[in-house]
Design a protein around this ligand. Structure first.
Ligand SMILES: [Zn+2]
Length: 256
């Protein structure tokens, strides 16, 4: 993997946004690999498909690349709220590659992968609608709340210019793959419970004192569900099957 972004021929583009899009897509084509299979490369999507920039030539997994000239914060802007919530509900979200580059040096500093099955509706927030006199005044954008996505689902590929091994990235992706076989609603629960556990800030935790204390937060995210404690216990079992949570003794758990 080469961390330098290609800059040849960029002078012909007027806007900075266009320049980084062209450069990062060219970079992706020579440096990205598939996480869902062993393909060493991804190809650029030639058709004008919104939110899909790369596809895997072997397994058809699809990817969206979003590049930022600043360090990745707790949220990143995305497209229309209606489109994104529809994509989540219909299980059509792409694998998201969020890239941070240094604009002065044209170098990639950080790159994380959010697997396509790691979104729940609770990580998408509506942005304020455009002002009434704007051309698309009924258009409402959204923000992806990266901070609300559990850390297991933000897989580092490049961290502070350090490149993770391809094997390690694929292993982390595979560990979460079980989420892809669940319904969108069920996986939303698993992700929300996992995120809530992380907010405890502890490696070991107990069901009664710690996890049940999160009940109010989880009820707010899933207002229609009345059996929240039961749902929490189900998610803990799933997280154990995925190798993310370990059962210690009765009612005691540990994040692996
Ligand atoms: Zn693939």
């Amino acid at each position: 993997m080469d961390l330098r972004l290609p800059t040849a021929g960029l002078d012909q583009y007027k806007s900075a946004r266009q320049r980084i899009r062209v450069s990062s897509e060219a970079w992706g084509e020579s440096n990205l690999f598939c996480v869902n299979c062993d393909s060493p490369a991804l190809v650029r999507t030639r058709t004008n498909t919104p939110a899909i920039d790369f596809t895997c030539p072997r397994c058809d997994a699809f990817f969206q690349l979003k590049s930022h000239g600043r360090k990745l914060g707790p949220s990143i802007p995305d497209g229309a709220y209606s489109k994104m919530s529809e994509a989540i509900a219909e299980d059509r979200t792409p694998n998201l590659l969020a890239l941070h580059y240094e604009p002065e040096e044209w170098r990639v500093h950080n790159l994380i992968l959010v697997p396509q099955f790691s979104y729940s509706l609770s990580v998408i927030k509506k942005r304020n609608p455009l002002r009434p006199h704007a051309k698309r005044h009924d258009w409402v954008g959204c923000t992806i709340l990266l901070g609300e996505i559990p850390q297991e689902a933000k897989i580092p590929i490049i961290s502070d210019s350090k490149i993770a091994s391809t094997n390690d990235v694929r292993k982390r992706y595979r560990r979460l793959k079980k989420l892809g076989s669940l319904s969108v609603e069920a996986r939303g629960w698993t992700l929300d419970v996992l995120h809530a556990i992380h907010t405890l800030g502890k490696k070991e935790f107990s069901l009664r004192e710690d996890v049940y204390a999160l009940e109010a937060d989880l009820t707010r995210l899933h207002p229609r569900n009345r059996h929240v404690q039961q749902k929490i216990r189900q998610q803990l079992q799933l997280l154990r099957d995925m190798g993310i949570v370990e059962f210690l003794s009765r009612g005691q758990y540990r994040l692996t």
